[in-house]
Design a protein around this ligand. Structure first.
Ligand SMILES: NC(=O)c1ccc[n+]([C@@H]2O[C@H](COP(=O)([O-])OP(=O)(O)OC[C@H]3O[C@@H](n4cnc5c(N)ncnc54)[C@H](O)[C@@H]3O)[C@@H](O)[C@H]2O)c1
Length: 356
């Protein structure tokens, strides 16, 4: 029985990953360590909380003692590090939190794993540290071209820079100590349980509430969207078959402008829920500082070497996703209220932030 130490598993991708894995495998154990920041919510894991294969620990990934104890009390085979501050807008206003969690937290995990896994004769067999990274570390593309794994890192936002810094530290642990690591860099995820500060759930929430739909700049920034379950499948494969020390880009070749995504959501809600909803809700707002124009992933390496291909195309995935939020409006309203609203009013007035 393999034991996975998953960090940040109460967030969007982490919670989808844990549920995907527990559904697929009966012979694994998962320990989820999450600090439960504004973005983490145990509601996301309600259906598996009593599963005997699953355990939750509330802790900060910067907390050395907690992780030393976890390693002492359990035989950890794999670490999957999702825990991060993940919102670009917040990073523009509070960069230091991103340095703290995304960089220092990752180093703490690397050190604790190294101490537990390293012997006089090198690292124990079969161990693996997987760093969940992002395509944003590569910077911005023009109208053509794709990010490949050897594209030079050129992050722009404090979020992307903190993720790139963490990637470099993870790589350093491989280059220096031969620690068994891999890194995945995925494009924009969408699907159930995404915190409604991000474009898709934010637009669904505002459309349902007939609130303005804030669009940065001209709305023509391009993001490469992947359905979250496809990302989870890729992570599972990289843990099992990924080559140590390697980076794998993950993407679905689903490039869309922000305004196209917003119009798709409006059309769906107009048709299925409220015919009075229209594009009149759209409001263009001042562009985000340093807003990257286009991201697009070339996933050839993971396609060719590991045989991973996405299974959900955007047309199907976006409909499933919108319908999930429509079926879970209590969750959506809960996540869109309270401290989160106060924060956003302070920074953006009544419009709310967006994008990745
Ligand atoms: N969402 C995307 O489109 C996307 C794309 C590529 C990569 N990623 C990466 O995937 C990972 C997960 O992203 P997400 O969208 O699920 O993020 P999220 O913001 O929804 O979840 C992050 C989780 O980490 C937890 N967390 C934050 N700081 C912590 C700390 N100091 N200690 C312990 N837990 C902490 C939060 O409570 C939350 O549960 C991140 O590393 C992100 O950089 C995200």
């Amino acid at each position: 029985m393999k034991t996975y130490l998953v960090t940040g598993g109460a967030g969007f991708i982490g919670s989808n990953f844990i549920k995907y894995m527990l559904k697929k495998y009966e012979d694994i154990k998962i320990i989820n360590v999450d600090q439960l920041t504004y973005a983490g919510n145990l509601e996301n894991l309600k259906d598996i909380e009593k599963n005997p294969q699953y355990n939750f620990v509330k802790a900060n990934i910067c907390d050395q003692r907690t992780f030393e104890n976890i390693f002492k009390e359990n035989v950890i085979d794999y670490i999957v590090n999702f825990a991060a501050e993940s919102h670009v807008d917040r990073s523009i206003h509070h960069p230091h939190i991103f340095v703290q969690t995304n960089i220092l937290g990752t180093i703490n995990l690397l050190n604790c794993a190294k101490n537990a896994w390293e012997t006089k004769n090198g690292f124990l067999e079969g161990k693996r540290f997987l760093q969940i990274s992002t395509d944003e570390v590569y910077g911005s593309l023009g109208n053509t071209g794709y990010f490949i794994e050897s594209t030079p890192l050129d992050p722009h936002s404090p979020y992307a820079s903190s993720k790139a810094s963490a990637d470099l530290m993870v790589k350093a642990y491989y280059d220096t100590y031969k620690m068994p690591i891999t890194i995945t860099r995925c494009s924009n995820n969408y699907g159930p349980f995404q915190f409604p500060e991000k474009l898709i759930p934010l637009i669904i929430h505002n459309t349902l509430n007939k609130k303005r739909l804030p669009i940065y700049g001209d709305g023509l920034n391009v993001r490469d969207w992947i359905y979250v379950e496809d990302h989870c499948k890729a992570i599972d494969l990289v843990i099992k078959k990924g080559k140590l020390g390697h980076v794998y880009n993950i993407g679905s070749h689903n490039e869309k402008t922000n305004i196209d995504v917003v119009k798709t959501i409006i059309q769906y809600i107009h048709k299925k829920v409220d015919p009075s909803v229209s594009e009149e809700l759209i409001q263009y707002v001042k562009d985000r500082k340093g807003h990257d124009r286009r991201y697009a992933i070339d996933p050839s390496k993971i396609n060719d070497q590991l045989g991973w291909y996405p299974e959900t195309n955007f047309k199907v995935g976006i409909q499933k996703t919108i319908q999930w939020y429509l079926d879970n409006t209590t969750w959506l309203e809960h996540m869109s209220s309270g401290a989160y609203q106060d924060y956003y009013k302070k920074i953006y007035g009544n419009l709310g932030g967006q994008d990745e």
